[in-house]
Design a protein around this ligand. Structure first.
Ligand code: SAM
Length: 256
């Protein structure tokens, strides 16, 4: 699996912090589903980590759900950390593949729509390391059917890579088992968002910073003819609701 270089991912998210919240429709919908999966907190004052917190939407949800909890957050983009910290959440600048926390210090580990940018195995091994025995994990990511319309529209245009190389759901489950997590359960759901046109669809992806791509990416701007061909290929997918973008959402829960 090829991943974009980390500095590219980090810079795209760093640039997107200001536009993120207005465009994060999918992210809010996925956080709501992830929260619905959570059992009651295992202790009266649980310590919960939001790993890859972005602007802190998930951390705020956790704070509302468990007002007595201590919430910590981590993200590797400095402007995202600044936004989360501005809300009074204890937030550190860190890579979730190598967390700066001692072993067994969290009752809960939450990570929403971040792991698709990471090495699953490293993230889940780190989650297991920082969780207390019997601590819970709730994680969402995107599976391989994500952006299927975009890939199909590009198929006739060029051979470059235009979307992330998303993991298969069973690879994620394997990574959770390799990290020795227990009671691992996977849920999968397609969420489809609609846009008036291709420009607004691609603009929304960029506004949340999810536009860093892998080594096979196209460099430079697209020519007029290629853009027209792409728009017309994407139009084949139009429905009454607009141009669809499908997200293959995977929710994973488990315990240490
Ligand atoms: C799509 S946003 C999701 C943010 C938030 N969880 C939400 O649901 O709104 C992905 C976030 O993960 C962060 N991120 C990606 N890879 C990371 C890594 N290896 N370590 C820490 N943060 C990472 C990005 O900086 C970005 O803020």
């Amino acid at each position: 699996m090829q991943r974009p270089e980390k500095h590219r991912i980090r810079s795209a998210f760093d640039r997107a912090a200001a536009s993120y919240d207005a465009a994060a429709v999918l992210q809010r919908a996925v956080c709501a589903r992830l929260l619905a999966l959570r059992p009651e907190a295992s202790s009266a004052t649980p310590h919960i980590l939001d790993a890859g917190c972005g602007t802190g939407y998930g951390a705020r949800l956790l704070r509302e759900r468990w007002p007595q909890a201590r919430i910590s957050a981590a993200d590797f983009a400095a402007s995202m950390v600044a936004r989360t910290a501005a809300d009074g959440i204890d937030c550190v600048l860190a890579d979730i593949e190598a967390l700066p926390f001692r072993p067994a210090c969290f009752d809960g580990y939450w990570s929403s729509l971040t792991v698709q940018w990471c090495d699953n195995r490293r993230v889940l091994a780190e989650a297991a390391r920082v969780l207390k025995p019997n601590g819970w994990l709730a994680l969402s990511t995107l599976g391989e059917d994500t952006y299927r319309e975009l890939r199909s529209a590009f198929a006739g245009i060029d051979r470059h890579q235009h979307t992330l190389d998303f993991s298969a759901a069973d690879q994620l489950a394997d990574a959770a088992h390799a990290a020795r997590l227990q009671q691992v359960s996977l849920h999968r759901e397609t969420i489809t968002l609609h846009y008036p046109d291709l420009r607004s669809l691609l603009g929304a992806v960029k506004a949340i910073g999810a536009n860093a791509l892998g080594p096979g990416r196209r460099s430079g701007m697209m020519g007029k003819a290629a853009w027209a061909a792409l728009s017309s290929a994407y139009e084949q997918h139009r429905t009454a609701a607009g141009l669809p973008a499908s997200y293959d959402v995977i929710l994973l829960s488990g315990h240490k």
